[in-house]
Every structure is written in C-alpha cells, then in structure tokens.
Ligand binder design. Structure first.
Ligand code: ACO
Length: 380
C-alpha cells in the first residue's frame, strides 16, 4: 500500500534559508529576524532587501534599492494597454497576473534559446526588484479604473508604502495609515513553503523564467483557501452586519458546514504568528477612523468561533478589515498580498535556482486496469 501524503501535509520537501515558521513557539523568522520586530522597525523596502540578500541593508544599500524602486514605479504603456483590454469586471487578480505576463515578456524579449530562460543569479535579483517596483502601479490602477477614476502618477518624494497609497487614492495618507499598510506588506511578504511559493518553486525547478514562476504563484494565491481569504473575510463581515448578529450567523454557517474564511491554518494550529501584529495595526486604524463597530464585530466573531471550534484566526482575518478601513475595495485585497509576497516568491525562485532539483512527485494510480482500443493492430 503506497503511503499517500494528501496535500503534502507534513512532508518536508527541501531546505530554505529564507524564513522559518515554528508553530510550536508561534514564531516566524525572516532570515533569522522575528517578523514582528521587522514590522515594528523597518520600512517594507528594507525587508524586501533582507529577503533577497539575506541581510538588512545599510543606509547606502537601502538608498540604492529605493532609487531603483522609484525609477520603475510608473505604470508602463504596455502594461496599461494590456489591462485596458480586460473588462473592468475582470477579477483584479487576473489583471495582476496579466500584468506580470506582459512585464515578463518585455523583460525577457530577445531570449530565443529556452536554455537561457532561467537567467543568471544577478540578473534575476535585478528582475525581482524591478518586478516588485512595478506592481503597486498595477494594483492601484486596477482599483481606480474599476471606480472610473483617472490614473495617478507616482510621487518621487514618497517612500514605497506612502506612494502606493497615493497612487491608489490620489491623496497623501496619514502617517498612521502608512504605518499600518507598511506593517501589512511586511507580514504578507514571506511564509516558507505555502501553496503559492511552492508553485513558484515547482515552475522554477523546470528552469523556466522568474516571471512564469510568479504568474503561477499568483494563480495559486487567488484561491480562497490561500490569499483569496482576505477578500472572503470582508464578504463574511458584510454578510454578518454587526456584532449582535454574530451568534445567529455562526449557528447557520456551522449548520451548513461552511468554512469560515480567515480562520485556520495548515501549519499553525494554535494561532498564526502574524495575527497579533496585524491586529494591533487594525486597532490603530479603528481608532483613527473611529470605527468601534468594526472592532466589535471582529472580536465577537473571533471569540465565538474559537470557543465553538478551537480554530484561530490567520493573517487574513485582521488584514481584510484593515484594508477595508484604509479605503481599498474588497476586490483589491488579494492583489495587495501579491505586491507584498512577490518579494518572498522571487527570493524562493532564486534559492531554488541556486540548488535545483526538478520537483516531480509520484502518484498512486487508481484508474481502470490496462485495456485495449478495439481494432488496434500492433505494428509488425
Ligand atoms: N472554518 C470551519 N472549519 C474549519 C476551518 C474554517 N476556517 N478551517 C479548518 N476547519 C475544519 C475543517 O472543516 C476540518 O474539519 P473536519 O476534520 O471535521 O472535516 C478541520 O478543521 C481540518 O481542516 P482542513 O481544511 O482539513 O485543514 P487544512 O490544514 O487543510 O486547512 C486551511 C487549512 C485550508 C487554511 C483551512 O483552515 C481553511 O480552509 N481556512 C479558511 C480559508 C483561509 O482563511 N485561508 C487563509 C490561509 S492563511 C493565508 O493564506 C495567509
């Protein structure tokens, strides 16, 4: 009898030096640093640098990264044209996936020998930075065009997070909002061999290019069992309405055996290490926007679901309402996750390339026994 590990649960498939998830101690380390320390002290740009290079940047290194990021912030004509071909009713994850395809085709144009698709370690670091720098404009433009608003050009005097909010909303956000957004980007940046990162590594393992790996990862992230859950959490909040309605809503949802989005995790069984930091950021937004009703609904659903099922919130639970308070459309939430996680994906793609083995598991066949096509005559 073949021992099948459905969903690869509990299977260790490779080593990584990018991050360490420890469900026993409820900790998450990026290159050795606890993620909550990074979120409290660093700009997202510095954490991106850390994930790619293994160390936090010094002043000159951070300045250099920021210079490259600023140089690639504006939405390019080819990407804008491709997005504009899509209906405004297209899911924004499809827009982002399309944009990465276009960027990849442009950046790898002229590479006609498939053996060269994989690129060099240095070249792929540069590709990673440029791709990361281009995604905020894609996400921001997506939300604006759905609302019928004009494109907002980037501003050179703002750092990554402040500029992201500027391009989305056309106004400079308050410092407290920029800080909460920056923290969310850091928390979403990396999480070891999750489904989308593993997808990226599978694609990289065939010696395909970095952009193809990211396009595949975006497809994996779209699903509600993974990144799509932050969008789904807001649908749940909207469905419930208010804290007073949580009990009756939960009775019905559990009777229907519904999965409650934003709760549960394959690795963490006693709570997601990232939640306390994001919940604290949500609390600052609740105070800033004076929305105690959001906190009341959040707390009531968490308390009652944990009491009944013993299943704890994951990062998508606090980030969904936080992005909603900031003014993002619900449909934009998972693309925000892409903008952050592209750092982790590309760090993993380069790690896979540096020590590659084609990822090709086995399967246990359960189809029909061997049979033959009627009339087939074997070659003599
Ligand atoms: N709501 C209700 N029941 C749940 C939930 C939930 N959110 N999560 C797990 N359970 C139950 C399952 O129904 C199952 O019960 P059973 O044994 O009676 O059938 C049991 O807990 C085990 O759940 P599985 O789905 O088998 O566990 P797995 O490790 O595969 O699931 C997952 C992890 C997919 C994240 C799951 O908890 C889930 O679907 N959560 C909702 C989606 C979500 O929030 N995803 C975000 C993940 S984190 C991220 O991407 C940042």
């Amino acid at each position: 009898m073949t021992d099948i590990k459905k969903g690869l649960a509990g299977v260790t498939v490779d080593e990584t030096a990018v991050s360490k998830v420890n469900p026993e101690t409820n900790s998450l380390l990026y290159r050795g640093y606890p993620v909550q320390e990074l979120a409290a002290t660093q700009p997202f740009e510095a954490v991106a640098y850390l994930l790619w290079n293994g160390e936090l940047p010094n002043g000159a290194q951070l300045a250099e990264l920021r210079q490259v990021e600023r140089a690639h912030r504006a939405l390019t004509d080819d990407v804008r044209a491709a997005i504009d071909l899509l209906p405004t009713s297209a899911h924004p994850m499809d827009e982002v996936r399309t944009a990465v395809s276009v960027i990849g085709a442009r950046e790898t144009a002229g590479i006609s020998n498939v053996m060269d698709a994989v690129g060099t370690p240095e070249g792929n670091l540069e590709r990673s930075v440029r791709l990361w720098a281009q995604l905020p404009a894609v996400v921001a433009y997506g939300q604006r065009r759905r609302r019928g608003d004009e494109l907002v050009e980037p501003r050179d005097d703002l750092d990554y997070s402040a500029n992201f909010l500027w391009m989305t909303f056309g106004e400079v956000a308050d410092a407290v909002v920029v800080d909460a957004f920056n923290r969310s980007m850091i928390l979403y940046a990396e999480h070891s061999f999750n489904a989308s990162t593993f997808t990226a590594r599978v694609i990289a393992s065939t010696l395909s290019d970095l952009y193809s790996a990211v396009v595949g990862a975006i497809g994996a992230l779209k699903g509600p069992l993974h990144g799509g859950a932050n969008e789904a959490v807001l649908h749940v909040f909207t469905e419930i309405g208010s804290a007073a309605d949580v009990g009756s809503w939960l009775d019905a949802a559990l009777a229907e055996k519904r999965k409650i989005m934003g709760f549960g995790h394959r690795v963490y069984k006693r709570g997601d290490s990232r939640v306390p930091t994001m919940k604290a950021a949500l609390d600052t937004l609740v105070a800033h926007y004076d929305r105690p009703d959001v906190a009341a609904l959040y707390d009531a659903l968490e308390a009652q679901f944990v009491e009944r099922k013993g299943i704890y919130p994951n990062l998508d639970y606090p980030s969904g309402p936080a992005y909603d308070l900031m003014g993002f459309d619900t449909l934009t939430f998972t693309p925000l996750f892409v903008a952050a996680r592209v750092t982790g994906w590309t760090a993993h793609v380069r790690e896979q390339q540096a020590s590659n083995a084609l990822i090709r598991p086995l399967s246990a066949y359960v189809g029909p026994d061997e049979r033959h096509v009627e009339g087939y005559v074997p070659d003599a």
